[in-house]
Design a protein around this ligand. Sequence first.
Ligand SMILES: [Zn+2]
Ligand SMILES: [Zn+2]
Length: 213
Amino acid sequence: MPILARYPTHAQAIDAARALIDEGVLAAVSNAMLNRGEWLPGMNVGRPPGEFHVTVIEPTQLDLARAIIRQLAEVQPVAGAPSDNWPDPHDLDLTKLPPQNLPPCPNCGTTLPPDAALTACPSCAEPVDVVELIVTQHGPEALEPCYAAGHPSATSTGVTEPTWPTDETLASLPLTCPACRAPLIDLAPEGACPACANPYNKRAMIDRLLAAE
Ligand SMILES: [Zn+2]
Ligand SMILES: [Zn+2]
């Protein structure tokens, strides 16, 4: 499967894959860490851990998929962030963090509140950057639960909400029967495969594609 784009977090990769699926492009999310075995020797050198790839299942949709990803990059530019794909870390909802990951104030040792916009320690008034402290102590992946906030994604809830994708979108996607690979395009969101009579569920298929497992 051709790799279309790379993202530092699962939530961002899911956002991109969902945008593609909304346009009728069958996309999947994969975790580069888990897929490392597929790479040629030496290929993994220099790749950051926890990188998520968005791939296109149907090679004939690759050009359309590239155009959609280009558009996404144009409407969501993030200036000054650690990487092109990262949202502003000071908008993060740090209440999603495990409390033990909240950093102490480097000056007075008081545990800082889960407030990404905090600029000074509430105890000693020294300037602090809670997000930077978390990244320094636990690595950027510690912030992943915060990026997932508000995303009805596989990471945050285990399932996507039942109304997404719409039935219309599901019908347009080039999904194939999990048992016999017969095309299921234009068929109902769930039912029996017309070729082999095995049951299929298109929303469950999409959930699996986005799960990066
Ligand atoms: Zn302090
Ligand atoms: Zn079938």
